[in-house]
Design a protein around this ligand. Structure first.
Ligand code: BES
Ligand code: ZN
Length: 500
């Protein structure tokens, strides 16, 4: 991660005692009256109200004006929040992340946020603080690891202060938000790390080092062991690459031994060339992000350990590279999965579901209370929900309901797709028990999940397809260009409020 990641603190203070380069103040459209804290500070109040009166500031969502004060506070940045009745945490989060980046890129090294100007009656302050901290830290993320030129010119925000006179110190919220933001940003770092470096061995070593720091149990299986375990689907996908596969299993015990763990399975294809069904340019670009599910899962268990969440978790990540070569697996191959089902291969680019077939069967054998898998499984997820939301599917209504609740709280948008029985006909094979894709390509997200459903035994299961949302093309709100860290806020929220 960038060395100079910002630190966020809360300051319980009167405005008169605040000293900073910039104070960020939010205002609603058509409601340009200033907060009581500002009204108490005559000089600030006079400057701001005359600015608002004499300039055409409408407080449209995202509209920003810098007002020069040159006192303890050098500048006030007025930020439009749009109409008050449309204001919600999504708007708050987006505005704060955009403002953080804007201030950094304009050369500020620190800024303060006037909390009271960003909460209205609808919000709990605690939740607002959490969202603000997460949004600043996620919005400021950048991947600069491989830049060698002009490093000294890169601008950083060092300190962010949330100013409040509410009397609360929000310690818990800051800890939760910083830990989750850190998990997101470290996930982004590793997913952004180029595939010539972040190969299966590298990722496994990374997981091991996290585990040893946090006292997590970590088992790494190498190619020979994976072969011995008869994970033929996983091995087949890995066969085309000189970079050998690894299976990483991480365990965290935050609750009593009697509580069955939740298993999180993450797809870890460190580069997806498509294999013999080679992806053409430009579709082959960014396929280093095909490990995003595995990397998210690793950082989720790490964050749970740091926060000491009272859950038992087991993370399972099959890591491999999908490459074309004379040792590659082929369309027409028939493979025997870990659970004994035979699978007819039709297209070597649908490799994710094959490595997950084995990892899910392995997870199911451990009899966890639920399995959640996170996988950049299909390009069809783009057709389904665009870049805005992530499709998910589940065999268990309660699990789906809990994930939907976590989605609302975490601001990570997800949408459930059906697992109707009719789709199973599409996977009938002439030569094996099933084939792994359908011939027509219709309902791609659902067909992917329908295939995976064969490997979860009777364990409640929920599949999250981050094919599209693992990556962002733009800096927008909490998203920054490149790997997104998708599902971390969502699954952390799910686990935080998880009750048996
Ligand atoms: N890693 C891809 C999924 C993907 C594709 C994500 C494009 C983002 C953009 C996955 O392994 C894949 O290649 N899936 C194929 C499946 C198809 C052959 C049934 C896809 O979606 O094109
Ligand atoms: Zn693929």
């Amino acid at each position: 991660m960038e060395k100079a990641a910002a630190s966020v603190k809360v300051l319980k203070s009167e405005l008169s005692k605040v000293k900073d380069d910039v104070l960020v103040v939010g205002l609603f459209k058509g409601k340009l009256d200033l907060t009581p804290e500002i009204k108490r500070e005559k000089e600030i109040y006079d400057t701001l109200s005359s600015y608002i009166k004499n300039n055409d500031f409408k407080a449209e969502k995202g509209e920003a004006r810098s007002v020069y004060l040159n006192k303890n506070i050098k500048n006030i940045l007025l930020i439009g929040l749009g109409e008050e009745d449309k204001f919600n945490f999504d708007v708050l989060s987006c505005v704060i992340a955009d403002v953080s980046r804007r201030l950094r890129d304009n050369g500020s090294e620190s800024f303060s946020i006037l909390l009271e100007s960003f909460v209205n009656g609808k919000f709990k302050e605690e939740e607002a603080v959490e969202k603000i901290v997460l949004s600043c830290l996620m919005g400021l993320y950048r991947f600069t690891e491989y830049k060698t030129k002009d490093k000294e010119k890169i601008k950083y925000i060092k300190n962010i202060t949330v100013i409040t006179n509410s009397g609360k110190n929000f310690e818990e919220e800051i800890k939760y938000a910083s830990t989750v933001a850190n998990a997101v940003n470290k996930t982004r770092d590793l997913v952004n790390t180029p595939p010539n470096i972040a190969n299966p061995e590298y990722v496994a070593a990374y997981a091991k080092s996290i585990a040893s720091k946090l006292n997590l149990k970590c088992t790494v299986f190498d190619e020979k062991q994976i072969e011995k375990m008869k994970m033929e689907c996983f091995i087949a996908v890995a066969k085309g690459s000189a970079n050998k596969p690894r299976l990483v299993v991480l365990e965290y015990q935050g609750a009593g031994k009697s509580q069955k763990p939740i298993a999180i399975v993450g797809k870890g294809v460190t580069f997806d060339s498509g294999g013999l069904n080679l992806k053409p340019y430009p579709y082959i670009l960014n396929m280093k992000d095909d490990k995003a599910g595995a990397i998210a899962a690793i950082h989720i268990i790490a964050a749970c350990a740091l926060l000491k969440l009272p859950v038992n978790l087991i993370v399972i990540t099959p890591l491999c590279e999908n490459m074309p070569s004379s040792t590659s697996y082929r369309p027409d191959d028939v493979l025997k999965a870990y659970n004994g089902l035979t699978v007819e291969v039709r297209n070597t680019d649908a490799e994710g579901r094959l490595i997950l077939a084995d990892a899910l069967s392995y997870a199911a054998e451990l009899k966890p209370q639920a399995i959640i898998d996170i996988a950049s499984l299909t390009g069809a997820s783009l057709i389904a929900l665009g870049y805005v939301g992530t499709p998910f599917l589940s065999t268990d209504e309660k699990l789906a309901e809990k994930m939907n609740e976590a989605s609302k709280k975490s601001l990570e948008k997800i949408w459930e797709f059906p697992l109707w029985q009719e789709y199973e006909d599409n996977l009938k094979s002439d030569v094996a028990d099933i084939k792994h894709i359908s011939d027509d390509g219709d309902a791609g997200v659902i067909i992917g999940a329908t295939f995976l459903k064969n490997f979860i035994s009777d364990v409640p299961w929920l599949h999250i397809d981050i094919g599209t949302t693992a990556w962002s093309k733009v800096d927008k709100g909490v998203l920054t260009k490149g790997a997104s860290g998708a599902t971390i806020r969502l699954v952390m929220e799910f686990l935080r409020s998880y009750k048996l």
